[in-house]
Ligand binder design. Structure first.
Ligand SMILES: Nc1ncnc2c1ncn2[C@@H]1O[C@H](COP(=O)(O)OP(=O)(O)OP(=O)(O)O)[C@@H](O)[C@H]1O
Length: 314
């Protein structure tokens, strides 16, 4: 059920479906992207992310469902609505013999209040290439130009479809800074990506799409029951350690196999506070292979995909 507050969100989607002939690319997608956040769309190849984004930005028609983007139905494609939306599509633009500066100036001219062209070119790290013909840029540089073109209109809502694919690590960080720059100006970002470090660095909330359906959505810190998953404190048994274990937190579950002790608990600090004096009292100054492990977003994500995709390829 959607509330009035949900409908006021920059992106509001209910029961979205898209068929390409016999292919159900999008089966059932509900989304709410809140104002000012970075919202990540995750999912394996072919899950339906790009199709969803294309419908949200008005370049593809949906089969059915309720879609509101900045309060309008994207299918109307109203010019004043389009001017408030920035898009960096998945595929790099085919640029002609114009220079980088000319390309960005050209796109800036479509918008009522664009950002200063030179600033945008600098922000995406193409300052040195501003006079270069766009078609001679490297793949990563062309991707930066895509980002410049997508943001030069100073949009309220930005859709970035795999914006950092093909970028070197430095350029990726620069792209992240650009997203943060827009977030700092109160703008909203929808980010499609396969990089989970990018999600952790930038996004507040995310949805995971598998086979055209949202299988999980919510705060990035809570995806897949992440917050509810216990930490694992582990170490290798070594000579000298007293038999048994000290008193551990009430919720602790202990597994011991092949000399490795694993204590699963929501209170790893308490567990450590018990284990360290116990080891010291045994005369063991270093517990071998001592680790505290919390599941990473990547582990959570892979579990989610596996449990929702029988026999599929991640
Ligand atoms: N124009 C089209 N005609 C027919 N089928 C299509 C078309 N575009 C996409 N599809 C199919 O729809 C499904 C969803 O594709 P989509 O590109 O939306 O996935 P995606 O999640 O963006 O994947 P990726 O992560 O690889 O970009 C796939 O099965 C794809 O083959």
């Amino acid at each position: 059920m959607s509330t009035v507050a949900d409908q006021a969100n920059p992106v509001h989607v209910r029961s979205l479906r898209k068929r390409y002939g016999p292919v159900n690319a999008v089966e059932e997608v509900d989304l709410d992207v809140r104002s000012g956040e970075v919202f990540a769309l995750l999912g394996p190849n072919g899950a339906g992310k790009t199709t969803t984004v294309e419908i949200l930005v008005g370049v593809r028609r949906r089969t059915s469902g309720d879609v509101r983007v900045l309060g309008r139905d994207p299918a109307e494609d109203a010019p004043e609505w389009r001017a408030r939306i920035g898009v960096v599509p998945q595929t790099t633009g085919a640029y002609t013999d114009l220079t980088v500066r000319e390309v960005v100036e050209h796109f800036a001219s479509f918008y009522p209040a664009p950002l200063p062209v030179a600033e945008v070119i600098d922000m995406v790290g193409l300052g040195k290439q501003a006079r270069k013909q766009a078609q001679t840029l490297s793949g990563g540089q062309a991707r930066r130009l895509d980002v410049a073109v997508g943001v030069v209109g100073d949009p309220d809502l930005i859709f970035l479809d795999e914006p950092t694919t093909g970028l070197d690590p430095v350029a990726r960080r620069e792209a992240w800074d650009l997203v943060r720059y827009f977030t700092g100006r109160g703008k909203t970002t929808v980010l499609t990506t396969h990089y989970l470090d990018e999600v952790e660095a930038l996004a507040q909330r995310a949805a995971v799409i598998v086979n055209g359906r949202v299988v999980e959505s919510g705060p990035v810190t809570e995806l897949g029951g992440r917050r509810a998953t216990p930490a694992a404190v582990s170490f290798a048994r070594t000579d000298g350690l007293r038999a048994g274990l000290p008193a551990l937190p009430d919720d602790a579950v202990v597994e011991e196999a092949e000399g490795l002790v694993v204590v699963r608990t929501h209170h790893p600090t308490e567990a450590m506070a018990a284990l360290l004096p116990w080891a010291a009292a045994s005369g063991v100054r270093e517990l071998p292979d001592l680790r505290i492990h919390r599941p990473s977003l990547e582990e959570i994500y892979l579990d989610l995909i596996r449990s929702n995709q029988e026999g599929g390829v991640v």
